[in-house]
Design a protein around this ligand. Sequence first.
Ligand code: F6P
Length: 457
Amino acid sequence: MKRIAVLTAGGDTPALNATISGVVARANQLRIEVIGIVKGFNGLLNPQVPHVHLNPLYTSIPELDPTMGGTILGASRDYVSAHDEQAIRQVVDRLGRLKVDGLVCVGGDGTLNGMQALADHIPVVLAPKTIDNDLGLNYIDEQDEWYREPEPDDPGSFRYRLREGRDFALDEMINYATPGYATAVYVSAIHVQRIRTTAESHRRIAIIEVMGRDCGMIALGAAYGRPDLILVPEVPVEPEKLLQKVVGFLDYQKHAVLVVSEGIVDKDGSPYGSVSASKDPAGNVLYSGASEAIKRMLAKELGDDIFVSKRRNDSADAAIFTRKIGHTQRGGRPIKFDRYHASQLGGQAVDLILQGKHNCIATLQYRDREFFMDSCPANALRDRWGVIHARPLSKKFYDEDRFRPSKLGIEYLHSIFHNALSEGDVESSRSLFDTSHLNRPYHSVNVDISKRIRKLT
Ligand code: F6P
């Protein structure tokens, strides 16, 4: 094998450059050239295929910095449809003209779906990334628990649901944690800590919304910021139960801090916020407004009196505030856990291509308190109808009565986070007040990468 390609697809994460860096480092050792495709699958759909040689003379280009968030290659949510034979043929032809013998796609469940179209034509391997931590399985036979029901309003399409899962041990998890997740949790937990002081001082209720789509993993990890209550999509909101808890906290400590995952649902399974379609082969949707919806519900049910009578606030509306952590969860410097494992997984993806393990995923596994690299065929993630689903937060990780991580959930989080930061991570915050930041404008890596972009003629 002389030359491979790599692309980053889907939403960005802080650890993408670390993964690309791991791909390139391993390729350098093996004397393999690495071609970076610009803007994910979008680059392959473009007849000119903008691309960058990432390791001339088997040395990484200096722009590739594993401590920098985002991706120097750019990303998009475009994909190659498995039904579009012409597009598949064109993409395969273009990869042939680039003379690459294999393709590493850095992505999540959407990318895994998107790469299936190419899997019969060229060796492809997925190096995992997603802040949502929803790529993989809680245990090997979890996909057998999916069942489907016809969508009443949309003949021919189905709604997929997962049965209550079985008990499992942590070492059964396939792809234990995905690069990007740890940094998203780190950022979320810091936000929760910081917002707490305002809620506490002004006797208010803070509702903090975190990302994660249908998976409550980020919300679970935000427990490190010590919110009072956490709501996750996997457990439908029961307004009565929630109100009781909130009133208890107001009574006891005069304020409350809630973390809500953007994809929370009511007892009928309908999202609390609004939903819009995203351009994603896994059929993922975009959520917004969950925290606002919880605020409206709390304000209506609690009423003004509980705040006004104690002279704490003028109204329920003034007392309850929402904050979305938003894309800060996905941005900036990756913490050590992400950096280290992302680059290991990048290297593992190259080894898998070399070993002929096509259409599989490089995975991070955990056993006997140690992390190690392994792989899993993409097929293992399909249900009986062939659909690749996002991994949910297991209900075994969440204590529904306390709205907090369960004992197993704490064990899971501890295994990832007890040693997730390096001194460099802590030290890096000092660089914020570097005076040069005031004098010199930001220099985008896109400017330097543009100078390296080549195109097919
Ligand atoms: O999948 C990653 C993710 O950050 C989700 O948590 C979130 O719902 C979505 O992407 C946001 O997408 P966009 O980049 O389009 O804002």
